[in-house]
Write a protein that binds this ligand. Structure first.
Ligand SMILES: Nc1ncnc2c1ncn2[C@@H]1O[C@H](COP(=O)(O)OP(=O)(O)OP(=O)(O)O)[C@@H](O)[C@H]1O
Ligand SMILES: [Mg+2]
Length: 250
């Protein structure tokens, strides 16, 4: 833990998830999830498929409401706020499977995300470059089904960068991304974190992204089974990966 992170870890939490439960119908998939995230920290959320990571991200973004518990952002209880109100408060979420927007061009989507009526072409290009896209090839393309899965994923991450959020939640940003672009993305996340521009939650199965984090939280079957610094938690995940054992039970 860096001296700066240690200092931030002692500050009032940016995000507090308090005893949150959530059920899809009768199936409770999150059980009393609780944690605090220091301001401008990067937390990697990891764990087995179906463990509840995406569901938790949707609860923080306001796409779903918890059945019980509270979510606080900068000390304010936002549990009752909808997604638009949370977005206005600087929270953004990059979907595991991003939506497509037929009829909207990439440049327009970046303008909307930035909140500026007319985002300068140079600025839009800079966001695309940060996710490894050659801006000239994409800025005038529609965000429709003609884009590949990896392209649409990177465009969505560019919109999150354009949004300049206080809390960025990224759901498996590596999914479907080629190796070169993945390197670029990792550099981008590292640079944002280094500048301490935002509090970041990155759901990931990728070792190199997890290694960027200050803290790791393991979520398995709807429960936070482990949390701590990368130095504390990462070796147990790596050992589990090597043996094929479930990381949550190392
Ligand atoms: N819309 C839904 N309706 C019913 N059950 C759902 C729905 N979405 C998710 N689930 C279930 O909730 C549980 C948690 O799913 P979630 O998508 O949060 O897992 P995850 O940890 O993100 O998994 P992955 O690593 O595969 O992305 C799973 O058992 C899943 O089948
Ligand atoms: Mg998921």
């Amino acid at each position: 833990m860096s001296a700066r992170h240690a200092e931030e870890a002692g500050a009032a939490p940016a995000v507090s998830v308090r005893d949150v439960c959530f059920a899809y119908g009768a199936n409770e998939v999150l059980h009393n999830v609780a944690f605090d995230l220091p301001p401008r920290s990067l937390t990697a959320v990891v764990g087995p498929n179906g463990g509840g990571k995406t569901t938790l991200a949707k609860l923080i973004m306001g796409l779903r409401a918890p059945t019980s518990g509270q979510i606080l952002w900068n000390g304010e209880d936002i549990t009752g706020l909808d997604i638009t109100e949370r977005a206005k408060k600087g929270i953004s979420y990059g979907f595991q499977q991003p939506p497509r927007f037929k009829g909207i061009k990439v440049g327009d989507l970046l303008s909307i995300a930035s909140g500026k009526k007319l985002l300068r072409r140079g600025e839009a290009c800079a966001y695309l470059t940060q996710v490894g896209l050659c801006a000239a090839d994409y800025i005038d393309r529609e965000v429709d089904t003609s884009l590949s899965g990896g392209e649409v994923k990177r465009i969505e991450i560019a919109t999150i960068l354009a949004r300049n959020s206080g809390l960025m939640i990224l759901d498996e940003p590596e999914a479907g991304i080629d190796l070169w672009s993945f390197n670029k993305l990792t550099e981008t996340f590292s640079a944002i974190h280094e500048k301490r521009d935002a509090t970041m939650i990155i759901i990931s199965h990728q070792e190199r992204i997890i290694a960027l984090a200050d803290e790791i939280a393991v979520i398995d079957r709807g429960v936070v089974t482990k949390s701590g610094t990368v130095a504390e938690v990462f070796p147990t995940i790596a050992a589990g990966a090597a043996t094929g054992a479930c990381p949550a039970f190392q």
